[in-house]
Design a protein around this ligand. Sequence first.
Ligand SMILES: CC(C)(COP(=O)(O)OP(=O)(O)OC[C@H]1O[C@@H](n2cnc3c(N)ncnc32)[C@H](O)[C@@H]1OP(=O)(O)O)[C@@H](O)C(=O)NCCC(=O)NCCS
Length: 143
Amino acid sequence: MPIRQIDYLTSDYRQMIRLRDEILRKPLGLTFSKEDLEEEKNDILIGAFDDGKMLGCCVLTKLDNETIRLRQMAVKDKVQRMGIGASLLYYAENLARDKGYRHIVLHARDFATGFYEKFGYRISGDQFTEVNIPHFLMAKELR
Ligand SMILES: CC(C)(COP(=O)(O)OP(=O)(O)OC[C@H]1O[C@@H](n2cnc3c(N)ncnc32)[C@H](O)[C@@H]1OP(=O)(O)O)[C@@H](O)C(=O)NCCC(=O)NCCS
């Protein structure tokens, strides 16, 4: 499954927004605001493709020179649990490491913490609410 970086405001980016909307926002009765998306112009945008169709994606946002945040991890319903999420995570971590980041952090939905734990992420701190659902801060050192 080809995984690659995509550019902001391209047709790949529009596919990404549709996928994120379908998997992460619509089930919660939410949508993306113009402001949410404007903030992504400096982010690292990553997609997993099959024959030009995006099946999974994630976003990396710089927090400081050593720390990057993984966000918006989403895999199309029909192809979940087939290894796409793991491949995206591997790609994103390698890219972050190559760029010199030492720590990766994320806000995990409570039912997704088990996925990240499989790849060495650990919960840090108490549960909090984001997009109206329970989340945990999780972190991993990039060595
Ligand atoms: C969570 C998500 C990104 C995982 O991607 P995926 O492609 O389905 O996961 P993979 O097939 O790569 O799974 C890798 C491993 O994690 C496990 N896993 C996947 N989702 C899991 C979950 N929610 N909880 C616990 N383990 C999970 C798999 O069983 C697999 O384990 P194995 O290697 O022992 O077989 C994807 O299911 C998804 O988009 N879910 C809906 C949106 C969401 O919750 N996003 C995360 C927001 S924080």
